[in-house]
Design a protein around this ligand. Structure first.
Ligand SMILES: [Ca+2]
Ligand SMILES: [Ca+2]
Length: 266
């Protein structure tokens, strides 16, 4: 190759590199795209291909059939397994704060962690007998004081910073979890809406777009849908879903397996 040919070849190679660089972002996958899952041909086979009310009804049957229910007392030990810190088996990771705290510090005092009902108990008055009040798909370890600040508020954006939970915000009628927990919260709330349809002596839990703390409803749906897109299922969340299925309840959270089903239903 002559010097001139080498120069031309280098120029072409440089142009190609620029083109490749420009082309990459255009092929990036959307966060909640439909992807085949390992349970599509088994657990979810009757739901595959459905949308809207048909998908919701099918998933309700799937996740409600043969579910094992545990006592509220048994929830303590279950959370020590489910919410275990991936980097420290003696600790749990707390919802809303991301704090890693000793499993042995479960309780009701300042500095303890306790059992947070992400679907607030008062939004359905289901208490803590075996049922929605002990359903591990929406129960998470949380700091006692942060849990108290969240109370029974609906989820929405805005407010002032929550002490002890960096990145979380609250005002008089709503709570915004830190970014890493936003999708988790959305998928937990929407699991509850599909699991509990009023046919099994429990109230029909449903999402709405309000922040008025209404009984059997939980808000705010439009914001939860955004959070589901913004914070896709993490390895922590997927591991948790698998252990609830394998070890405790024999049912899955469909939105952790298929986050795109949120938009397919709502
Ligand atoms: Ca997350
Ligand atoms: Ca429902």
């Amino acid at each position: 190759m002559s010097v001139a040919q080498i120069r031309r070849w280098k120029a072409l190679a440089a142009a190609a590199t620029v083109l490749v660089g420009l082309a990459l972002p255009a092929v990036a996958a959307p966060t909640a795209s439909a992807a085949a899952g390992p349970y599509d041909s088994t657990y979810y086979k009757n739901a595959i291909g459905k949308t809207g009310a048909g998908l919701k009804a099918s998933l309700h049957t799937i996740i409600g059939t043969g579910q094992t229910k545990i006592s509220y007392d048994a929830v303590w030990n279950a959370l020590k397994v489910l919410d275990q810190d991936p980097n420290n088996t003696a600790n749990v990771i707390l919802l809303y704060s991301g704090t890693s705290r000793a499993k042995s510090l479960n309780g009701g005092s300042v500095g303890n962690w306790n059992r947070e009902h992400v679907w607030a108990q008062s939004h359905g008055n289901f208490g803590t007998s075996a049922g929605p009040g002990t359903d591990l798909h929406h129960l998470r370890a949380a700091d006692v004081q942060v849990n108290s600040t969240r109370g029974n508020k609906d989820f929405d954006k805005g407010g002032s910073a929550v002490g002890g939970a960096p990145g979380s915000y609250t005002d008089a009628d709503s709570f915004e979890p830190r970014d890493a927990d936003k999708g988790d919260v959305a998928r937990m709330i929407l699991y509850m809406a599909v699991r509990y349809e009023g046919g099994d002596s429990w109230p029909d839990l449903e999402p709405n777009d309000s922040i008025n703390g209404s009984t059997r409803f939980h808000g705010r749906l439009s914001v939860l849908k955004q959070w589901n897109e913004q914070d896709p299922p993490s390895d922590f969340e997927k591991r948790r879903n698998q252990i609830v299925f394998d070890t405790y309840q024999k049912n899955r959270n469909p939105f952790v397996d298929h986050p795109e089903w949120v938009a397919a239903i709502w």
